[in-house]
Design a protein around this ligand. Structure first.
Ligand code: HEM
Length: 177
């Protein structure tokens, strides 16, 4: 259900975030600004304990990496995400950790990694239990139900938040030495 319903949204986000070359300093900094801006605007009150802890840790790590380079955080509007279903937050954060390994490998082979740019964020725990627990919960939800539609709708709102941050960071990207 979610995988199919959101495949297009994920692929668009993947393409959007892939505009940032994680091997280069400016690409990695622009990526960190995306992560910090979107993660900092996620409604912790709507997240399960482990997911809230992961969000707090990843936000802090991205912020610390930006501060280390003297770069300010991205300013984007905060959409009203106060009524999100917790399983939608678990899905997006848990799922994003599947891709994090791909991104970590891209980063690890480059100059940014050599200089430690993004080191805190890229050395974060895998948090794969969030995805496992989500899959276990989602297995009990049949597709096409009002709950399934709600979670799908809320997850696409979260993808849209990351997409907005990616577009803004891309517009604001600059050379960092
Ligand atoms: C360049 C950026 C990205 C890459 C290369 C990437 C890559 C991946 C990969 C390889 C998977 C596993 C696919 C599978 O097992 O079928 C995945 C799943 C997922 N990613 Fe991404 N991802 C990226 C960005 C993002 C972002 C920014 C988010 C959200 C914040 C995100 C959320 C998810 C979710 C929710 C899933 C689970 C999809 C599902 O199975 O339903 N991804 N990603």
């Amino acid at each position: 259900m979610l995988r199919h319903g959101l495949r297009t949204a994920h692929d668009a986000l993947d393409a959007s975030v892939s505009r940032f070359d994680l091997t280069e300093i400016d690409g990695m900094i622009a990526f960190l600004r995306v992560q910090e801006a979107a993660l900092a605007r996620l409604p912790m009150s709507q997240a399960s304990g482990p997911t809230a802890a992961a969000i707090a840790d990843l936000t802090e790590r991205a912020r610390a990496d930006l501060q280390q380079r003297g770069v300010s955080c991205l300013q984007i509007e905060s959409p009203d995400l106060s009524r999100l279903h917790p399983l939608a937050v678990d899905y997006v954060i848990g799922g994003s950790r599947l891709g994090a390994e791909v991104l970590q490998r891209r980063w690890a082979s480059g100059r940014a990694a050599e200089l430690g740019v993004g080191g805190q964020y890229m050395s974060a725990p895998r948090y794969i239990d969030i995805w496992r627990d989500f899959c276990a919960s989602a297995a009990d939800i049949s597709g096409g139900t009002p709950l399934a539609r709600r979670i799908c709708g809320d997850a696409s709102d979260l993808f849209a938040l990351f997409e907005t941050a990616a577009d803004r960071s891309f517009e604001e990207r600059q050379e960092y030495v």
